[in-house]
Design a protein around this ligand. Structure first.
Ligand code: HSE
Length: 434
């Protein structure tokens, strides 16, 4: 057992996540001290507005609007960054490292976009950066991949990494709610980003996939290496159709090794109802992966919200504090982090099954015309149905499920079909994974 030691923390940001961390630390500090011998103390808290009313009995004397009061405070060992955004947090994290502080952050955007620069600085300054809270909040996925699964070669990661979009898709599928209504609820519950466009566009998921893929595949990634499609185009019609085919629509992050190249993408995906990820509902997140020794495995839990995020932040703080208290230097070199550079598979060369929906004017020979065009691009089908609107003669949808097809072939076939005058709207294409 390590000798009792007080570790002092400076907190950058006191929004919902910062407040959650303060509350959780108040609740658990006695227990943590008993289990680890560590006394964790938040000494200063950087805020924009010190007079704003805050929950959780925060001592106002700790509040400051000047980051220097934290970065230059010789007593502070660990800086915890929960600000959100990219430019200011990047600068503050780099400054904290240069000022001799270890860093714990929940900021996925900063790590996805500036991870190599931050890790390089941490190594240069002989400091540690911990980021469990940046992906899947309460699920200890970073630690599991970094430590628990280190003996495995992982060749597949599939995840539901965004609570807001999973909440929206669940509410649309189960309650028939509109997209806008479901988003409003997610915002009220504190899952959504201050700018929810980051959630909806799939960028938040892409940031998290970049972090997990770097860790899993050891490769230095740029965010543009990831193909990203969000959920704003998802129609209730396609969610209902998925149900008929025994499928569920999820926004998935996929990282897959194909012939030693990396296929990285984020897009709405249909998965069979029997897939383990299909049962992950509401704001819950999950990571499904395959390791060569352990086989398939799934981690699930709350991926958004103040307390689940605080749980991950606090576990990082305890981990760091234990290493400081034991005088351990757990410093990672750049080679420890980026150990396996890989080429990226362009999206046009990826293959998958597809659900396609063609909104049509109901005329003789239409299904034949569509399937013949698909066939000309080498796309074979495992299912096809037509649904006509009985109340309005002349309107309908042709829906098909393809076998594995090359993305570039699907795009060319669709663009040809979209030009037929039997079409009364654009075709919808959603990839299927099993
Ligand atoms: N907006 C994010 C989500 C918060 O909905 O998952 C957690 O990163």
């Amino acid at each position: 057992m390590a000798e009792k030691k007080e570790i002092k923390i400076g907190l950058l940001g006191c929004g919902q996540i910062g407040t959650g961390l303060i509350q959780l630390l108040q609740r658990q500090s006695k227990f943590i001290e008993k289990r680890t011998g560590l006394r964790l103390k938040i000494c200063r808290v950087l805020v924009r507005d010190p007079v704003k009313s805050r929950q959780g009995g925060i001592n106002r004397k700790l509040l400051t609007t000047n980051a220097e009061n934290i970065l230059r405070n010789q007593e502070i060992d660990i800086v915890v960054e929960v600000l959100g955004g990219v430019t200011a947090p990047r600068r503050l994290i780099l400054d904290a490292l240069k000022s001799g502080k270890h860093v714990v952050t929940a900021n996925k955007a900063v790590l996805a976009e500036h991870g190599p620069e931050i890790m390089q600085m941490a190594y240069h300054c002989r400091k540690q950066v911990h980021y469990e809270a940046s992906v899947c909040a309460g699920i200890p996925i970073i630690r599991s991949i970094r430590e628990g699964l280190l003996a495995n070669k992982i060749d597949l990661l599939m995840g539901i990494l965004n609570g807001t979009t999973n909440y929206i898709l669940t509410r649309m599928a189960e309650q028939g709610q509109s997209f806008a209504e479901a988003l409003k609820e997610a915002q009220q519950k504190g899952f959504a980003e201050p700018d929810p466009a980051l959630d909806i566009s799939g960028m938040d998921t892409a940031h998290k996939l970049a972090i997990l893929s770097t860790l899993t595949f050891g490769t230095r990634l740029r965010i543009k290496d990831i193909y990203v499609e969000g959920i704003s185009q998802i129609d209730l019609e396609d969610i209902k159709n998925a149900e008929e085919f025994g499928l569920v629509v999820k926004l998935l992050a996929i990282g897959r090794l194909v012939d030693n190249k990396l296929d990285l993408r984020v897009h709405p995906t249909m998965i069979p109802k029997t897939h383990p990820l299909a049962s992950v509902r509401q704001e819950f997140n999950a990571v499904y992966l395959h390791g060569d020794a352990v086989g398939p495995m799934m981690f699930t839990g709350k991926g958004a919200g103040p307390l689940p995020t605080a749980s991950a932040l606090l576990s990082d703080i305890i981990d760091l504090a234990s290493s400081l208290s034991a005088n351990r230097q757990d410093i990672l070199t750049i080679e420890n982090i980026y150990w396996g550079n890989k080429k990226i598979v362009p999206i046009s060369r990826t293959k998958s099954e597809y659900y396609l929906r063609f909104p049509i004017i109901d005329k003789p020979g239409i299904i034949g015309k569509i399937t013949t065009t698909l066939g000309r691009y080498g796309i074979s089908l495992s299912g096809a149905t037509a649904r006509l609107a009985p109340e309005r003669f002349g309107l309908g949808h042709v829906r098909v499920i393809t076998r594995d097809a090359l993305e570039s072939d699907i795009r060319r076939a669709i663009s040809e079909i979209n030009r037929f005058h039997i079409m009364r709207g654009k075709a919808v294409a959603i990839r299927i994974e099993d």
